[in-house]
Ligand binder design. Structure first.
Ligand code: MRU
Length: 343
């Protein structure tokens, strides 16, 4: 039995994170004992993926509590530290939701805070397994091609991006478990290569046949009929079904719509934000332009060029064939909205 990856773990006196910047070359963990280190880890994508940063944020309240005890913080300083964790990245709603769920427990002490953070992790793990089954069932029924499926995914949505197992990649893993995956096209996911570095690593770990392809190859692969379905994750899903995910996702969705290929979004209900009416209201993280002006640390663009580096885009709900959560499948493009599911 292979060891299941745990990107975020509580060690007793702090957080242990898989350093996702070092993969696939090195599997190493980093210890996080203070809020500065945690914010830095979230911003640099040492820990990344909406549910995983939610879990890190939940434990971050415990990190802040322990640091506050060591440094003699008063309540104002503790609240400010928790707020910094909450605001470390803006797009994935899971981070704020998880911090807000745990923060009110600080008055009850470390054990209460940790119990809630552990509960969040347990719920995410269960949600991942449940949505994997729902998503796989839907694809088997709707994409009845009579042979194993050729899938496309974007960014990384596996065990590394969650409490364990994965969302979109969890669906892929479940299909593979049933012997129903021919191949996965993993978009490399410029500029930080979550697909080429992390998804390919997880797929290899699971023995799932795959290609890594340039993001720019996705539309052509879909239009040439080489993909039976695209399965992606989400960072925030608005009330109307508009979905923020890694930059490049909307191009995949458009190509799928044009080609009549199902476009599936798999995410836990913690990623659904009914307070956000539509995608236009989702805050999109803008990252340092330098990330797109270089390759492996070497500048590739001319000295005078500026980088444009939005980390996420928004796919209109009208392009989402199926939204899979732990509660089941919603056919958003057909008019079923996330609120039908959650209210
Ligand atoms: O910038 P990242 O790597 O945190 O972006 C991650 C994604 O866009 C994922 O698709 C999303 O968070 C879902 S992870 C289960």
């Amino acid at each position: 039995m292979k060891q299941e990856l745990r990107a975020v773990e509580w060690t007793g006196n702090g957080l242990s994170l898989i350093d996702q910047t070092a993969l696939p070359h090195e599997l190493r963990r980093v210890a996080v004992r203070d809020v500065d280190a945690l914010v830095d880890a979230i911003v640099r994508l040492v820990v990344r993926g909406a549910p995983a940063i939610g879990a890190a944020g939940a434990y971050g309240v415990a990190v802040a509590l322990l640091e506050g005890e060591r440094r003699g913080w008063g309540r104002t300083e503790l609240d400010a530290a928790v707020e910094r964790v909450r605001d470390a990245r803006p797009t994935a709603v899971n981070l704020a939701v998880c911090v807000d769920r745990v923060a009110p427990l600080v008055d009850r002490g470390l054990d209460a805070v940790l119990a809630e953070a552990h509960a969040i992790v347990g719920e995410d793990l269960r949600a991942n397994h449940d949505m994997a089954v729902h998503g796989a069932d839907w694809l088997v029924e709707r994409v009845a091609v009579g042979r194993p499926l050729r899938l496309l995914t974007h960014c990384n949505t596996g065990a590394l991006a969650t409490a364990g197992w994965g969302t979109a990649l969890g669906v892929v893993r479940e299909l593979h478990r049933r012997g129903l995956v021919e191949v996965v096209h993993a978009d490399e996911t410029r500029p930080l290569l979550q697909g080429a570095r992390l998804t390919a690593w997880e797929l290899a770990h699971e023995g799932i046949p795959h290609y890594v392809q340039a993001d720019g190859a996705a539309a052509a692969t879909i239009l040439r009929g080489e993909v039976d379905a695209a399965v992606v994750g989400a960072d925030r899903i608005a009330a109307n079904g508009d979905t923020a995910n890694k930059i490049g996702t909307v191009g995949v969705a458009l190509a799928c719509a044009y080609a009549g290929v199902p476009f599936m979004v798999a995410a836990p209900t913690t990623t659904v934000d009914l307070d956000t009416a539509s995608g236009a209201d989702i805050p999109i993280e803008m990252r340092d332009g330098a990330e797109v002006l270089q390759w492996a640390g070497v500048r590739t663009a001319p000295a005078g060029s500026r980088g444009h580096n939005p980390a996420f885009d928004v796919t209109p709900g009208t392009l989402v064939s199926a939204l899979v959560t732990e509660r089941g499948v919603l056919e958003v493009a057909a008019g079923r909205l996330p609120g039908d599911h959650l209210r």
